[in-house]
Design a protein. Structure first.
Lengths: 114, 90
């Protein structure tokens, strides 16, 4: 998993049927230099070339939210609850929001509260 | 797996049911020289690791095996877990 800030969303008409109805968000991962999170702005990405991550979202997160994103099978487990009854979590999804972050604590100190 | 240092923790109320009760820690990854690489991952911690602890983090099915060993753990929502608290490295 990683901690990131939602910066936008993407949508498409042509996609795998199993992925229909899934909202896709753009999330920028926090780098060490970006912590603690501030309400003021998204992480800059520092000097990294880390890509934005496109991830499915069933928690109604939006731009400016800090989220946890899981990869792989854990991502499909997270979205399974939002799929139609009987539909298996076999959508071509490998990243998904698993939590909308309330608070980040650094070194035991209370960090930014969202 | 990666090696890193625990720098904090994350709290959320709007979260997947599979994360209920899990302790989530922020881990600053180390590079080949042992210094912070800048990359930060979030891992489930079942070993009661604390801030400043040097740990290894397993990903994927290896992470699920930390929570519940065996082939029947695919329903677990876990893609990263603290696998060990490091005491020494050479």
């Amino acid at each position: 998993m990683f901690l990131g800030r939602v910066t936008g969303s993407v949508w498409s008409t042509v996609k795998w049927p199993a992925a229909k109805g899934l909202k896709l968000l753009l999330v920028r991962p926090y780098r060490l230099a970006d912590l603690p999170p501030t309400v003021a702005g998204p992480p800059t990405g520092g000097d990294s070339l880390d890509d934005l991550v496109v991830c499915a979202d069933v928690f109604d997160a939006g731009p400016g939210d800090d989220v946890l994103v899981a990869f792989g099978h854990a991502a499909r487990v997270a979205v399974a609850g939002a799929l139609a009854p009987g539909q298996k979590p076999d959508a071509p999804i490998d990243a998904a929001v698993v939590a909308v972050v309330d608070r980040v604590e650094l070194d035991g100190e209370r960090g930014a509260r969202r | 797996m990666i090696r890193g240092t625990i720098i904090g923790s994350v709290w959320a109320t709007r979260q997947a049911a599979g994360l209920a009760g899990r302790k989530l820690v922020l881990v600053a990854a180390r590079d080949a020289d042992g210094r912070a690489s800048g990359r930060v991952v979030v891992a489930i911690d079942t070993l009661d690791a604390g801030a400043g602890d040097d740990v290894t983090v397993a990903f994927g099915s290896g992470a699920r095996n930390v929570l519940a060993p065996g082939p029947d753990n695919r329903a677990l929502l876990c893609d990263a877990a603290v696998a060990a608290i490091v005491e020494g490295a050479a």
